[in-house]
Design a protein around this ligand. Structure first.
Ligand code: DOR
Length: 430
């Protein structure tokens, strides 16, 4: 059965399109794009007063499988993705076992095929067991299809190991995604070092814990002429270092998570561990620098760092609580409300940061609406206002500091490979 998406405003930044158009999907593929296309017995999706964009792509999620299925599974994490408008996600390797060999890549691939609601890409670890001591089996993981390497959640502190890793990534033309944290400086801290850590007595993490490694990795990227993608940028200094690195013409990109351009450490209280995330929430000076980086293109994309946790890992003393925010189901509305409505970022730029740009970074042929391409499409009602309530999440992780926040821009349909996976709040069975 063919699907006709009618009367939506199609926003496809890759092809410079922002106009009211109809889209026909046949056998999972986009077969026509045009004005006033006939209904001709097709299944109609009425997208009037809505936007239709390429399916969102999130290159930084934690699906927790294998090993932490009590926090999330590929099934629940990809349902959350679909509810958030994401048709492709790339999952981080800090699972149990760690994704450091072809067997584990194969396991996730197979499980995603059976239980995943959206496209799942896999990121292999840089070092075995994320221990920072010896390089993972990158060659065989690449053969199984990993799209990048990262020790996300940790930073290999040994420079020699990092040089080897950059060279390996270069050999296979994949990016090294760096979680930038100088562990000797973060050293058991839980929140940003500064006014909030003084006010609450919670141990702080200095900005330098991030930007010293951003600096190191940009230098190693330059020395090895390889691709570096900096994960979850949170400090003003990091933005400036990346800006300068880009001016030099390095193969350098970076991402930001919504919580790092919306929240500051002013909201932190000892009671609310949902605000605990790594890197930590910073100051308004950092938020403003990040916003500037989004506007001038220093920051390439938005990635959620979707980090679902079980309640037992969060309902403990602040210093012992797990780091992380469940992000897939709030990313679009938070970003739209903050960046487009509050700060006047053009909507096309927001869509670009969620579609074609992440696709380019991990080297996949997605992120646009083109005839002959797989129909991964997200339809959003920009006028729909709602209040975030994590009890409604498909994700097992209810841990968000955004509960109770009023936002605008609701995902209404998520279409993956021509199949409507999510429609008006409901996930369709596989
Ligand atoms: O807050 C975080 N949680 N930051 C990370 O880098 C890892 C993540 C997790 O795995 O929970």
């Amino acid at each position: 059965m063919e699907i006709l998406i009618k009367n939506g405003r199609v926003i496809d930044p890759k092809n410079n399109i922002n106009e009211k158009l109809d889209i026909v999907i046949k056998d999972g593929i986009i077969s026509r794009i045009g004005k006033n296309l006939k209904e001709e017995g097709r299944n109609i999706i009425n997208a009037d007063k809505m936007i239709a964009t390429p399916g969102f792509i999130d290159i930084h999620v934690h699906l927790r499988e294998p090993g932490f299925e009590y926090k999330e599974t590929i099934e629940t994490g990809t349902m959350a993705a679909a509810a958030g408008g994401f048709t492709t996600v790339a999952c981080m390797p800090n699972t149990k076992p760690v994704v450091h060999s072809k067997e584990i890549v194969k396991y996730i691939k197979e499980k995603s095929k059976r239980t995943g609601y959206v496209n799942v890409l896999i990121i292999g670890s840089i070092t075995k067991g994320l221990e920072g001591k010896s390089i993972s089996d990158i060659n065989e993981m690449v053969e199984e299809g990993i799209v990048a390497i990262s020790d996300d959640g940790k930073t290999p502190m040994d420079n020699e190991i990092m040089i080897k890793a950059f060279k390996e990534a270069k050999k296979y033309n994949i990016p090294l995604i760096s979680h930038c944290e100088e562990h000797n400086l973060s050293n058991g801290g839980s929140i940003n070092l500064g006014r909030a850590s003084e006010r609450t007595g919670i141990k702080g993490i200095p900005s330098a814990a991030e930007y010293l490694i951003v600096k190191r990795d940009i230098e190693l990227c330059e020395a090895t002429l390889s691709k570096l993608h900096v994960a979850h940028v949170s400090t003003k200094e990091s933005v400036e270092l990346i800006r300068r690195g880009k001016l030099k013409g390095l193969n350098l990109t970076c991402e930001v998570a919504p919580h790092h351009f919306i929240l500051t450490d002013d909201i932190i209280s000892l009671k609310d561990t949902y605000t605990k995330v790594n890197p930590p929430l910073r100051t308004s000076k950092d938020v403003e620098a990040i916003i500037e980086g989004i506007f001038d293109g220093t920051i390439d994309i938005i990635a959620t760092d979707h980090a679902p946790h079980d309640e037992d890992s969060k309902k403990v003393e602040y210093s012992r609580a797990a780091f992380g925010i469940s992000g897939l189901e709030t990313a679009f509305s938070l970003s739209y409300t903050e960046l487009v409505l509050n700060r006047n970022l053009p909507i096309d730029r927001l869509v670009e940061m969620l579609t074609v740009k992440p696709a380019e970074i991990i080297g996949i042929d997605k992120g646009s609406i083109e005839i002959g391409e797989s129909a991964d499409i997200t339809i959003v009602d920009l006028n729909r206002e709602y209040t975030i309530d994590s009890r409604q999440f498909y994700s097992k992780g209810k841990n968000t500091p955004f509960n109770g926040r009023k936002v605008k821009g609701k995902v209404i349909y998520t279409i993956v490979g021509g199949k409507v996976i999510y429609e008006k709040g409901e996930i369709r069975c596989l």
